[in-house]
Design a binder for this molecule. Structure first.
Ligand code: GLU
Length: 447
């Protein structure tokens, strides 16, 4: 394989798909060496096939807002790669959603899901619908209209959507309600992230953040460190950031900053249980302002408009919000302030330049597809419970999540250990995920 040739080809075929091309380049550069040791992959054109989605659905979503006005959005579902199982991946509702974003997420999801040890292919979907400022009734009508179009293309053994940015338990509930009506069957396995009384895994809301911290603990142990007493800055205040803040605090770390699109909220003495609970209210309000935390807890916090979490002094940085939210300048600022570890919890949270800056300065860095895989892994466990018509306790799910995150860490170490003994977690995660999908594609012939 020649990465540059493949990239040039893709750039011609998909001009302007910036995020998608960025994600593909990162994976191809890290697997190139291993790939070229397998002539059977080259012969079967595995990479050329792997960078094209199996199929993409786009559809119009028309709905009526609270003023009686008709609104039109675009809906998408990208079924990226089904070699190792049914398509699996979240739905993102955000004003910036476009095909490039969902293709990058579906591509990443394919390798992430392969890392979980569970049989799930990669998919992603969503809409350019902007939940900010929308009423609960508007969210419901949009979710219903979205599912009206999507329902025939998904199923427990076909494609299983879940949450992502802008889609949590509430949205999954509204979408499932519509699905059930259209499909005329109570098929809970068609979506994950459901309510715990109707087929949802007890731990799914916390799982991405919890899993990220379990992974971080393993990475720190491997480096001979302990998380207790370390300071953590994280971005966002949605579901993922909430789970990460909860588990980091439980493990004895101090979360000293959270951030939003409006700025950063510093919490010098560390986030408290009340503040963590308040994060949920902030998300449900659809205001998308982290300043609300500072307004609610003025004595313990300081809000600075226009600044990121990466301006705050911390040991560990945890990007938990959006792709490319941590750039080269941010990485340099973190390093100058003494940060020595960054675990990406968001998908492709760091730009390639930021990753390069971290790695060349000896900062411990791990990529999102390994760090945040606990979310989709717990979705996989939810699918298992739904298929068996039973439900597991929080402890059972948590034990399994622990085990999966440990396995993912081991796979990264196995494939990422360099001749000098250092671990390149980016390479490790990409190669481990790739090998599994490539092998399956090879065995299933040209299709
Ligand atoms: N959106 C999450 C992710 O990026 C979870 C997907 C799922 O649970 O299917 O992995």
């Amino acid at each position: 394989m020649n990465v540059q040739n493949i990239m040039t080809n893709l750039e011609v075929k998909h001009p302007g798909e910036k995020e998608f091309l960025q994600a593909v380049r990162e994976v191809l550069e890290s697997i190139e060496e291993v790939y070229n040791q397998h002539p059977e992959f080259e012969k079967a054109k595995i990479v050329e096939r792997m960078v094209e989605p199996d199929r993409v659905f786009t559809f119009r979503v028309a709905w009526v807002d609270d003023n009686g006005e008709v609104q039109t959005n675009i809906g998408y579902r990208v079924q990226f790669n089904g070699a190792i199982g049914p398509y699996k991946g979240g739905l993102r509702f955000h004003k910036a959603v476009n095909l490039s974003m969902l293709k990058f997420l579906g591509f990443e999801q394919t390798f992430k899901n392969a890392l979980t040890t569970l049989p799930m292919g990669g998919g992603k979907g969503g809409s350019d619908f902007d939940p900010v400022g929308k009423s609960d009734a508007e969210i419901m009508r949009f979710c219903q209209a979205f599912m009206w179009e999507l329902w025939q293309n998904i199923g427990p053994d076909t494609d299983v959507p879940a949450g992502d940015v802008g889609v949590g338990g509430r949205e999954i509930g509204y979408m499932y309600g519509m699905y059930k009506k259209l499909a005329r069957e109570y098929n809970t396995g068609v979506l994950t992230g459901k309510g715990s009384t109707w087929g949802g895994s007890i731990l799914r809301p916390e799982a991405t953040g919890f899993g990220a911290l379990y992974f971080t603990e393993h990475l720190l142990h491997k480096a001979g460190k302990d998380i207790k007493g370390l300071t953590v800055a994280l971005s966002g205040f949605g579901n993922v950031a909430w789970g990460a803040a909860t588990k980091a605090t439980e493990l004895g770390a101090k979360v000293v900053a959270i951030s939003g699109p409006d700025g950063v909220c510093e919490i010098p003495d560390g986030i408290t249980k009340e503040m963590i609970d308040y994060m949920l209210e902030m998300r449900a309000s659809n205001r998308n302002k982290v300043e609300d935390m500072a307004t609610k807890f003025p004595a313990a916090t300081k809000f600075t408009a226009g600044k990121k979490a990466w301006s705050v002094k911390c040991d560990i940085a945890l990007p938990c919000a959006f792709q490319n939210e941590l750039n080269e300048a941010d990485a340099k600022e973190l390093i100058a302030n003494g940060t020595w570890c960054c675990c990406e919890v968001s998908n492709m949270g760091c730009t390639p330049e930021a990753i390069h800056t971290f790695q060349s300065n000896g900062i411990l860095f791990a990529p999102g597809k390994a760090v945040n895989a606990g979310g989709v892994a717990t979705s996989g466990l939810e699918m298992t419970q739904n298929a068996a018509h039973l439900s597991w306790s929080a402890k059972e799910v948590d034990d399994k999540l622990h085990f999966i995150m440990e396995s993912i860490h081991e796979a990264c170490v196995k494939y990422g250990t360099q001749p000098d003994g250092k671990i390149d977690y980016v390479k490790g995660a990409n190669i481990a995920g790739f090998m599994k999908v490539a092998q399956a594609m090879l065995e299933q012939g040209v299709c």
